[in-house]
Every structure is written in C-alpha cells, then in structure tokens.
Design a protein around this ligand. Structure first.
Ligand code: AP5
Length: 187
C-alpha cells in the first residue's frame, strides 16, 4: 500500500491512516503530527512552524519537505506508506513525485476522504471539547477550510489526471469508511 490521504481538516485522514497502517503494515507519515512533535520539543522547525499552524495557514513547503525527505528515504524496501496531510500544495506533490522516483517507488492511489463542511465543523468542535488542540477553534477552522479549498483541493484534479484518484464517502461511521478503504487496499 502506497497511498496519499487527501481531504479537508477533520475528514478523518488521521483516524483512517492509523487503522490502515496497522492493517497493512505500512508506515504512517502525518506531517501534522510531526509538526506538533517539533513544536512540543521546541525545535528550530517547531519554532518556525508554530505561528503558521496557530493561524491555520500552511507551513512553508521547504520546512515540510525537509521533514519528510529523510523519513521517506528510510523506508525499508517493500514497505508501504500512508501519507496523511502531505502533499498539500502542488509544489509539494511535484517534489514528492521527484523524491519517489529517486527511490524507485510510486504512489498507488491518492484517496480523497470526502466530507462536507457542516460535518467537518461538527467533528472538530467535538475534538476541541475532548482534546483541546489549539487550532480547533471556530475562526481557525474557517481559515483551515479556506486554505484547503484554495491550496490543497487542486490536488484532487492533479491526481485524477494521473489516474490515481479514489473517492471515499467520509461521512459514514468510522468503521464503514475503514471497510471501504480496506476493500480498496486489498483489490
Ligand atoms: P493536520 O494535523 O494535518 O490537520 P488537518 O488536515 O486540519 O487535519 P486534522 O488532523 O484536523 O483532521 P483529520 O482529517 O486527520 O481528521 P481526524 O482523523 O483527526 O495539520 C495541522 C496544521 O499543520 C495545518 O493547518 C498546517 O499549518 C500544518 N501542516 C500539516 N501538514 C502540512 C503540509 N503538508 N504542508 C503545510 N503545512 C502543513 O478526525 C477529526 C475528528 O473527527 C476526531 O475527533 C475523530 O475522532 C472524528 N472522526 C473521524 N472520522 C470520523 C467519522 N467517520 N465519523 C465521526 N467522527 C469521525
């Protein structure tokens, strides 16, 4: 399994990526989780990324690519991967193609976890109550949705044109979304 998970904030990319990684023995790479770890560690990358994340803007491509390059290169041969929240801009997608080509690897599918804004807002409000993530507040959620539409949604066409796009209805319960993904992963 060599998959990219695409979808708006709160669509369930992280939830499904963890389950898929376990079921398929693939490496789960979430740029959001990696950035939050860098912020908690107070690292250089974390200090540079924090303000962008708190506003709901994308972190600059060069920081993201620096974080992801070594991790992809460290994949053991034959190991699958699930990219969660990366790529998020066309230039990240182009750079990912280049990195994978250098490693003699290719993506099998870019999977769009399709969820509409009302459901996304409901889920993120629920997560804000449970986990208190600093970017899960109303103003920043609006910003993240806007950034998604302008900068990330164009990747749907990017992967569709390459014959790699799979759409999954992400508004179903977690287990039903997972069952659909698992079927796609085994076919
Ligand atoms: P990131 O962490 O990637 O945030 P996001 O894309 O906004 O995604 P979320 O983590 O909010 O949602 P998700 O789709 O993973 O849903 P989840 O499974 O958690 O990025 C954060 C920030 O980092 C960005 O804003 C940006 O600044 C920066 N960044 C990250 N990557 C970057 C990149 N490549 N380039 C530049 N900047 C980058 O689910 C959400 C909630 O819904 C949970 O409570 C879950 O339990 C619930 N849920 C999930 N599925 C279902 C379901 N089917 N039914 C009901 N509830 C569900």
């Amino acid at each position: 399994m060599r998959w990219i998970l695409l979808g708006p904030p709160g669509s369930g990319k992280g939830t499904q990526a963890k389950k898929l990684a376990e079921a398929f023995g693939a490496m789960h790479l979430s740029t959001g989780d990696l950035l939050r770890q860098e912020v908690s560690a107070g690292s250089d990358v974390g200090r540079q990324a924090q303000a962008y994340m708190e506003r709901g803007d994308l972190v600059p491509d060069q920081l993201i690519l620096m974080m992801i390059r070594g991790r992809l290169a460290a994949l053991s041969s034959g190991q699958g991967f699930i990219l969660d929240g990366f790529p998020r801009t066309e230039s990240q997608a182009v750079e990912l193609d280049r990195m994978l080509e250098g490693l003699n690897l290719a993506v099998d599918h870019a999977v769009l976890v399709d969820v509409g804004d009302p459901e996304v807002k409901k889920r993120l409000a629920g997560r804000a109550r449970l986990e208190g993530r600093s970017d899960d507040n109303e103003a920043v959620i609006e910003r993240r949705l806007d950034v998604y539409r302008r900068q990330t949604a164009p990747l749907i066409a990017y992967y569709d044109q390459r014959g790699l796009l799979l759409r999954i209805d992400g508004e179903q319960p977690i287990e039903s979304v997972f069952a659909a993904l698992e079927r796609a992963g085994r076919s």
